[in-house]
Every structure is written in structure tokens, then in C-alpha cells.
Design a protein around this ligand. Structure first.
Ligand code: SF4
Length: 508
């Protein structure tokens, strides 16, 4: 026999002995919080999990009052992984009431599975990267009295979650997953083990999602995948370049970006799309990982330094305005000083618009962890990282200096981080801060660049931003993310060494 627990809100059913409710058909008063580490793919997965919890009647909440806490994790670096366990300890720490349910999702969940309970006994469920669709069922079962549920199987429908079942973070740009997984098995990278082998969505399904986003007021689409330029339409067989055409043809979508391509799979057809302009923005994140051919061989990247530079030259011949950002690893197995210097000179030759740089950290299952000693001492890795970042900082300052006086179209993303100004992005993905009307979020405006720092530009608004076109619910007005505590958290982590998994922070 079940009765409503004394004092429990409607919808929560308690046991006859009055013990706390743990069973429910719907859970309208359960408050949830999702904390996210890592890449854009993880941020987007959190949007899917938020909707899944919303479908149960749960609603977002502040950290202190959340009853269901999901930690959506990143495992591309050991440090990021360890932070998750520290966070679980915080959640159950003395002097505070623990959340009713604590879940670990994402790449650490997929990689560690049941072993997570051994490290963190307070965890109630483990949800793998390909099992997001199981979240409502997992919560229901836990509330019904089950304990310690692990869902890390492959669920094919996980890839193609309908747009109405994704609770997107309010803003002007939205993510669309076009493919998941990777077949490349670079020797340092854990992604093929946490995200599985490549699986692609159909063009028709992706276009439907883009149409729905345009109708909701989003103006910029970011196509996501671990290796986007190996995309193939399972229905028609078209490649990534054709996919950008199809998404670019959706009315209301003004900008398309993508992350991340692999240098070895770069096609002439995609170069042509950059050359043609249109909604494909002149910026690309092209992970180099190293500037040394011998290191690239040990990484099993499938290209040499020369091939990478040829690709950059070719791309810039076709699209001179193309800005390139990249990922670089320092201190990979056996990296000599000379090899590291090849990475420094790569910076000088390419002049990347920004660089995500990381110290190599050994990850489980990878070829490097099995065959290559992690033999560069940590202080040396740190020193190289500092050196590389200092060199890149000078390059960014010089690039930004050259932009002063230019006029750029910005898409206004909202208030700037420093406050008192607006922040938008130019076509090259650089952040521009400027004074402007507070209701301009989601609009396009023309700005003249007047100043710069290493990570962002300062501008003067020339023409007031055009108001956002009406078209369904404004993306920025979604109320489901309105509680501050429900925002997807992006702790600053040394996120990744892998393509497709750059840290999802805004530069600036
Ligand atoms: S680094 Fe990129 S291409 Fe290589 S295995 Fe990882 S995700 Fe795949």
C-alpha cells in the first residue's frame, strides 16, 4: 500500500511507513541541476538531459535546493575527471543535506561505468554518452526504490533526439549534433572509447532541426561532431559540404559554424564553400595537435607538418579572410625540445586566431597509454605550455592590432562578461565588446574596431542593431532555463586534447 508522504507535494507518493517519497509517476516538484564539464557536445547533451528531466515534471533550481544533480563529465584529461569525484564529495559533504539523486553522465560515466560507485558511493546512477534517452526511466526507477543504476549501452535513438525534446540554453546560437563518435583512434585520444564509432544523422533530420531552430529565433547554427568532415548522409550519401548547403538554405539561419574537422579529411568541396561565402562563416577550428611531423606520427594523426601547412595555404588562397583556431598538445610522449620548437614555429607560420593548448595527460585504453611512455616531466610540460601560450598571446595581439579600423558585422550575444557593454561575435568568431542598447541581443549590428586585447576586440557601434525578427518563440526568451542555478555550468577545465572537444568557453 502506498500513501502520500506527510508534507510531500502532490505527485510524490510516499511509503505507508511515512518514509520519504521515492516513487512517482511524475515528479512535478523535483528540482534539478545539471553541471557540465568539457566540450560543446557535452553542453548540448546537457540540453537534452534538461528536457528529459523536464518531461518528468522536474524543474531547474539553484545548486543549494536541487534534489536531482547530474554531473555531465569530461574525461579527455585526468584533471577534469578528478574534479567530478571532488564535486560528488562536496554534494554529500558534512553540514548539508545531500540531493536525493546524484547522477554521473557523460564521458567519465561511459568510461568508468559501475566502477564509479566504488570511487563515489553516494552516486545513484551512471548514464553513458549514448544512453541519454534512458534518463527519465532511470529517475523513475530510482524514485520507485531501485538503487545504483548503470546505463551505458548503445541506444540508436540517442543520436536523433527530436528538437522539441531538447531544452536549449537561451541565446542566439544553437547546436545541432550531426554525427557522433570517431573512427580515427589517434593514439592519445579517449573519444573513440567514450563516444564510440562514427554514426551520422540524415540530412533531412538535421534540416528539420535547423528549421525548428530558425522558427524559435536562433540565427546561428553550430554543427557538432567529433570529426564533422567525415560526415556522410546515411540516406543520400552526400558529404559534409553538401550538408552545409542544405542547412544554409534554411530561411532565418544567417550563420553556420562547425566543430571539429580533421585535417586529413578536408575536402576541396568544403574549401569551395568557404570561398563562396554565404552563411558558412570564415572561421574554422582545425586541430593541429603538434607542429612536429615525428610527434604527429606518434599521435597517429595521418598528416605531416607540411601537409597541414599546405592545407592552411590552400584554404587561405581560397578564402583569404578565413580565421583558423586550433588545439595543441605539449609534452606528448617522447616530445623533445626540438619537436616542441616545431610547434612554436607552427604558431608563427599559421598565426592562429586562437589556440586551446594542453599538457599531455595519459588516458585509459588509448594506444599511447599502452605503448608510449609518458616521459616528459610535468614541470617541463608546464614550462612548454607557458612558452607556447606567451608566443600565441603575442600573435593574437598583433592580429587584433591589424583589425583596428575595420568594420565588422556582429551578432549580439548579450551583455559582455565585464558588464556595462554588449558582446557579439564577428564572422571570424572573435568576440567584440561595445556599447549598445540592452535589448539588442539576437540582433546584427555593424561595429568599427577601436581597440583590442589578446582575447577580444573593442568596438564602436555604427548602426543600431536591427531588432530580432519575430518568428515563433524567441530563443532568448525561453523560461525553462531562467533559474540561475539551472544554467549549465562550465567550470574552466583544461578540457581536451581531442578534436571536436574543445572547451566550450567563450574567448574574451
Ligand atoms: S583526436 Fe579527434 S580524430 Fe583523433 S581520435 Fe580523438 S576525436 Fe577522433
Amino acid at each position: 500500500m502506498t500513501v502520500r508522504a506527510p508534507g510531500s507535494p502532490p505527485g510524490l507518493i510516499g511509503l505507508a511507513d511515512g518514509s520519504p517519497a521515492r516513487t512517482a509517476e511524475r515528479t512535478p516538484h523535483l528540482r534539478f541541476r545539471i553541471e557540465t564539464w568539457g566540450c560543446q557536445m557535452n553542453v548540448h547533451d546537457s540540453e537534452k538531459m534538461a528536457a528529459a528531466l523536464g518531461s518528468l515534471g522536474c524543474r531547474p533550481a539553484e545548486a543549494e535546493s536541487a534534489e536531482v544533480v547530474v554531473l555531465n563529465t569530461c574525461s579527455v584529461r585526468e584533471k577534469a575527471q578528478e574534479k567530478v569525484f571532488a564535486r560528488v564529495e562536496q554534494l554529500v559533504g558534512r553540514g548539508r543535506e545531500r540531493p536525493r539523486l546524484i547522477g554521473v553522465a557523460g564521458c567519465v560515466a561511459q568510461q568508468e561505468g559501475e566502477a564509479i560507485f566504488g570511487r563515489a558511493p553516494a552516486v545513484d546512477f551512471v548514464l553513458g554518452t549514448q544512453s541519454l534517452v534512458c534518463l527519465p526511466d532511470v529517475v523513475r526507477r530510482l524514485l520507485a526504490g531501485e538503487s545504483r543504476i548503470v546505463e551505458i549501452g548503445r541506444h540508436p535513438d540517442n543520436l536523433d533526439i527530436p528538437p522539441e525534446q531538447i531544452d536549449r540554453i537561451p541565446g542566439v546560437k544553437a547546436y545541432i549534433t550531426i554525427m557522433e563518435g570517431c573512427d580515427n583512434f589517434c593514439s592519445f585520444c579517449v573519444v573513440p572509447f567514450t563516444r564510440g564509432r562514427e554514426r551520422c544523422r540524415t540530412v533531412s533530420s538535421i534540416v528539420r532541426e535547423a528549421e525548428s531552430l530558425a522558427a524559435s529565433g536562433f540565427r546561428e547554427i553550430q554543427l557538432l561532431g567529433q570529426n564533422v568532415n567525415s560526415y556522410r548522409d546515411p540516406e543520400g550519401g552526400g558529404g559534409f559540404a553538401e550538408l552545409t548547403d542544405a542547412v544554409g538554405a534554411v530561411a532565418g539561419i544567417r550563420r553556420i559554424r562547425f566543430t571539429s574537422p580533421h585535417p586529413k579529411d578536408f575536402s576541396e568541396a568544403l574549401m569551395e564553400r568557404f570561398a563562396a561565402g554565404g552563411p558558412l562563416m570564415p572561421h574554422m577550428h582545425l586541430p593541429a595537435q603538434s607542429g612536429s611531423t615525428s610527434v604527429l606520427e606518434r599521435m597517429r594523426r595521418g598528416y605531416s607538418r607540411d601537409k597541414f601547412l599546405q592545407l592552411v595555404r590552400r584554404a587561405r588562397e581560397k578564402a583569404p579572410e578565413l580565421a583558423l583556431s586550433t588545439d595543441l598538445i605539449v609534452g606528448f610522449c617522447g616530445e623533445t625540445r626540438r619537436e616542441f620548437e616545431d610547434t612554436l614555429t607552427l604558431l608563427d607560420e599559421v598565426r592562429f586566431s586562437s589556440v586551446y593548448s594542453f599538457k599531455y595527460s595519459e588516458r585509459p585504453h588509448t594506444l599511447a597509454s599502452k605503448r608510449l611512455p609518458d616521459d616528459v616531466p610535468d614541470p617541463e610540460k608546464t614550462q612548454r605550455l607557458i612558452e607556447l601560450q606567451a608566443r600565441q598571446r603575442e600573435i593574437q595581439l598583433a592580429l587584433h592590432r591589424d583589425l583596428v579600423g575595420r568594420r565588422v558585422e556582429v551578432l549580439v550575444e548579450g551583455p559582455s562578461r565585464k558588464g556595462g557593454q554588449l558582446a557579439g561575435r564577428g564572422p571570424d568568431n572573435r568576440i567584440v565588446n561595445f556599447e549598445g542598447p540592452t535589448d539588442a541581443t539576437g540582433s546584427f549590428g555593424e561595429v568599427e574596431i577601436t581597440g583590442f586585447g589578446p582575447n577580444s576586440l573593442l568596438g564602436k557601434l555604427l548602426h543600431s542593431p536591427k531588432p530580432r525578427r519575430s518568428g515563433g518563440e524567441s530563443a532568448a526568451s525561453s523560461t525553462r532555463w531562467s533559474a540561475p542555478g539551472s544554467e549549465i555550468l562550465l567550470p574552466v577545465v583544461q578540457a581536451t586534447a581531442a578534436d571536436g572537444v574543445q572547451e566550450a568557453r567563450a574567448a574574451g
